[in-house]
Design a protein around this ligand. Structure first.
Ligand code: ADP
Length: 712
């Protein structure tokens, strides 16, 4: 029977993790995804700063594991590692009181230095982990940890325990990038003497951008929903990083967030007034009456109660709320908002609460317990975001049988199915444009259903509550990604290999066959003169695939016959199409680099990479064309947002046209002219999957050497 030789060791680094520290969705994700990854077969260590605000009960349970010093420019800073195991997940807290003994997590003048320290400490910690635990994949989240992949490649590459580490960077909100004066580059990061790093971090003549650094250095990029993954590659949503993301689209994917379905369960939640289930909703009515009384609203079950639990910012659609609230409140819908944020919205909500006593309540604070009572009590949950990477609030709302009313963007679009009057399908209501009247219409569509057709309403509530928002599927997708990056770690040991030492099965990449093995045994190659131009045209989109990288490792020996009998199905099964593209292209690059004197041998691999690139470009173009079409459809709807929609449409069309041109040109030149060679090379690759594994290393190195695009 097959079994895993070793678990995938993942260090998951985040500036927040519930229940220790949470200011938004990142805290929820880091507090729940690692447990799901453990269930999916990984062994995860979560790294978080040891903030002063962490509850004393947790601090008391922490165990000191190690301490060392972290260099940061001219500084040498103390770093303690404190361990705590909670819910089966190991947490390592990074301790430095100068940086983290503060009354709240972010928003200080020296955040650039604080999170540069955090990132360097994460990287340094990898050699201080207990019990000989070695990191296979370093998974970083948002700008606070974005420098870790940069430090890892620039300062630690070459050290044995760092050499094999692959990095994943997840974007939870691209609006927050960590952009600072370029003085930070020398003074804090100690990188001004490394031109490649300086180039890749620089975003304008006087600034550097931490997230941009991660996007250029990391091995794989993810974001928290498929729609947002497409959106951030456009100028409308990319916040000036869309160019970098388009360049690296071959390693970018959207993996939808889940929630901790046990922690957010109306059947067991101790924070709510009465528990309830999808089959017995009496408790929800009790929750509603109790909240109405608590917030000073009229206690009436015939009034739909709509709530928001949110940061009060423009991103969350507060402009639309301010615009439409008069209409909504005077139309008989009760509204309660819990949130903190921009003063103009806080003041606006206080005004409406005083203007509509008994109908509107404004709770200007951050209160997780109250938020649970609101999710449980409400009939509707409003989330009209300008953009939304994923959004967890609407998911939590559905879990509690509260129907979301959302704008169709990012993860809101991926998680809420709008009500279909004909079929009865749906889990909420939605509107397309960032327009207050459209939002108001959606609110009254929901309210009318609540008033006029309670059976249909109850059916929607049931459908929302029965949706599966657990982490199971997404954790599996993350595991697939990790395995595609580290196919050497979790090698399944088959019957034929029983008795063989696990170490021998999970051979490190350096021991796997060199790409030349593929190239040399490939069929008659195309002339170099023809193969090269296509490769060059492919590089216009993904230069990472092209630039040759000096060989660091000695040519690896061929695997023993027994190794080939080892089941490599895990890697083969789980490697995504994109990963396959990257790998293939990488193999080509390595082959090219290695065979200056052996150009003939490298050519089939180069042709194969170009052909694969053509396919990738084609599919990207198709995606972008679909987006252009969507933008065009949107254009016909809302006069108030027509200009914005037109802009989206035009930009998307331009991108689509440009991509199509690239795809066509590459496809024509490469896929057609080199069809035969590429096909043979692909067949060869399929026949020898292990031969491509070691190529991943040079790909990552090349990515670190790219010259950044201008952000203007
Ligand atoms: P974002 O991360 O962009 O703020 P999400 O919807 O992804 O938005 O996650 C927000 C999380 O923070 C949810 O769990 C929500 O309940 C919680 N939250 C937001 N504001 C408050 C608040 N004022 N009090 C308590 N919880 C809040």
């Amino acid at each position: 029977m097959a079994h895993r030789a070793k678990k995938m060791h993942v260090v998951f680094a985040s500036a927040e993790a519930a229940p220790f520290v949470k200011t938004g969705g990142l805290g929820d994700v880091a507090g729940s995804l690692p447990a799901a990854l453990n269930n999916a077969g990984a062994d995860v260590i979560v790294m978080v700063p040891k903030y002063d605000t962490i509850a004393q009960e947790y601090k008391d349970q922490m165990e000191h594991v190690a301490d060392f010093y972290v260099s940061l420019g001219w500084r040498n800073e103390y770093c303690g590692l404190e361990r705590l195991v909670l819910g089966g997940v190991t947490y390592m807290f990074i301790d430095n009181e100068r940086y983290f003994k503060r009354s709240y997590p972010y928003g200080f003048f020296d955040d650039g230095e604080r999170f540069a320290f955090f990132s360097k400490a994460i990287t340094e910690s990898l050699q201080h982990l207990p019990d000989g635990w070695t990191c296979d994949v370093l998974h970083c989240n948002d700008w606070h940890t974005a420098l870790a992949p940069v430090f890892l490649r620039e300062f630690y590459q070459g050290l044995p325990i760092y050499d094999q580490v692959k990095t994943v960077f997840s974007i939870h909100n691209i609006a927050f990038q960590g952009q600072f004066s370029d003085k930070v580059l020398g003074d804090i990061l100690g990188m001004s003497h490394i031109p490649a790093a300086a180039n890749q971090l620089r975003c304008d003549e006087s600034s550097i951008n931490y997230m941009q650094g991660a996007l250029r250095y990391t091995d794989a990029i993810t974001t928290v929903s498929p729609t947002y993954a497409a959106e951030i590659q456009t100028p409308e949503f990319g916040e000036h990083l869309d160019g970098v993301l388009r360049e690296r689209s071959y390693c970018l994917s959207g993996i939808l967030n889940g929630i901790d379905v046990d922690g957010f369960d109306p059947a067991t939640d101790p924070r709510i007034v009465a528990n309830y289930t999808v089959d017995d909703m009496a408790g929800k009515a009790a929750c509603k009456a109790a909240l109405q009384a608590e917030l000073g609203l009229e206690v009436r079950d015939d009034r739909p109660l709509m709530v928001m639990v949110t940061r009060l910012t423009r991103q969350k659609g507060m402009d639309l709320v301010m615009y439409a609230l008069d209409r909504i409140l005077s139309g008989g819908v009760q509204v309660a908002v819990l949130g903190t944020g921009d003063a103009c919205y806080e003041d606006g909500l206080r005004y409406f609460a005083s203007a509509y006593p008994g109908t509107c309540a404004a709770c200007i604070k951050f209160d997780p317990a109250l938020s649970q009572r609101m999710y449980a009590a409400a009939d509707m949950f409003l989330m009209p975001s300008l953009f939304e990477p994923c959004g967890l609030s609407q998911i939590i709302a559905m879990r509690y049988g509260t129907l979301p009313i959302v704008r169709e963007t990012g993860g809101l679009r991926d998680t809420v199915t709008p009500y279909n009057y004909v079929t009865g399908e749906g889990t909420g209501f939605s509107f397309a444009h960032f327009n207050g009247d459209e939002m108001g219409d959606a609110v009254f569509r929901a309210a009318r259903l609540f008033w006029d057709n309670r059976d249909a309403w109850n059916m929607l509530v049931r459908q929302a509550m029965e949706r599966d928002f657990s982490w199971v599927r997404s954790a599996g997708t993350y595991m697939d990604l990790y395995r595609s990056l580290r196919p050497d770690v979790e090698v399944e040991v088959g019957v034929e290999a029983v008795g063989q030492a696990p170490e021998a099965e999970a051979a490190p990449a350096s021991e796997q066959p060199a790409p030349e093995a593929v190239a040399e045994s490939a069929p008659a190659p195309e002339p170099v003169a023809e193969a090269k131009p296509e490769a060059a045209s492919a590089s216009a989109e993904t230069p990472a695939v092209e630039a040759p990288e000096p060989e660091k490792k000695p040519a690896a020996k061929k695997p023993a016959a027994k190794r080939t009998t080892t089941k490599r199905t895990t890697a083969a099964k789980t490697t995504t199409k994109k990963a396959a593209t990257t790998k293939t292209a990488t193999a080509s690059k390595t082959a090219t680099a290695k065979t200056t004197a052996k150009s003939t041998a490298a050519k089939p691999a180069t042709a194969k990479a170009a052909a694969t690139k053509a396919t990738a470009a084609k599919s990207t173009a198709a995606k972008t064309t679909a987006k252009a079409a969507a933008a065009k459809t949107a254009e016909t709807k809302a006069p108030a947002t027509k200009a914005a929609a037109a802009k989206t449409s035009t930009a998307a069309k331009k991108t689509a046209a440009a991509k199509t041109a690239t795809a066509t040109s590459t496809a024509t030149k490469t896929a057609a002219a080199k069809k035969t060679t590429a096909k043979k090379a692909a067949e060869l690759a399929a026949a020898k999957p292990e031969a491509e594994a070691p190529a991943a290393e040079p790909a990552k190195k090349t990515a670190t050497r790219k010259v950044p695009r201008s952000r203007s």
